[in-house]
Write a protein that binds this ligand. Structure first.
Ligand code: FES
Length: 107
């Protein structure tokens, strides 16, 4: 279980307890948080689950694998350091306190 703060582009914050084993994307989707579309359902095939990770968390997350990096090329307004696809971030206790911010739009 991890408490994750999702910040909409307009600054609205949602603090959600997300069960371990889900992804950061699923935590948003299952709680109706706007800004993460996840059109492909988590298959790393759409890039519409893009979010910016808080700078304090960038180095605490698992490294980006090739498939995520390739798909991030299609995301809107990526940040080379902070952009991740939230469907590729598996929730564990280690992610407790994670903060992600959604982009202005998804592609
Ligand atoms: S939900 Fe489609 S790439 Fe993440």
């Amino acid at each position: 279980m991890a408490k994750i703060t999702y910040i909409e582009h307009n600054g609205t914050e949602h603090v959600i307890e997300v069960a371990s084993g889900l992804t950061v994307m699923e935590g948003a989707r299952d709680n109706g948080i706007p800004g993460i579309d996840a059109d492909c359902g988590g298959a790393c095939a759409c890039s519409t689950c893009h979010a910016y990770v808080h700078p304090d968390w960038v180095d605490r997350l698992p490294a980006i694998e090739d498939m995520e990096a390739d798909m991030l090329d299609f995301a809107y307004a990526t940040d080379p350091k902070r952009s991740r696809l939230t469907c590729q971030l598996k929730v564990t206790d280690a992610l407790d306190g994670l903060i992600v911010q959604m982009p202005e739009k998804q592609i």
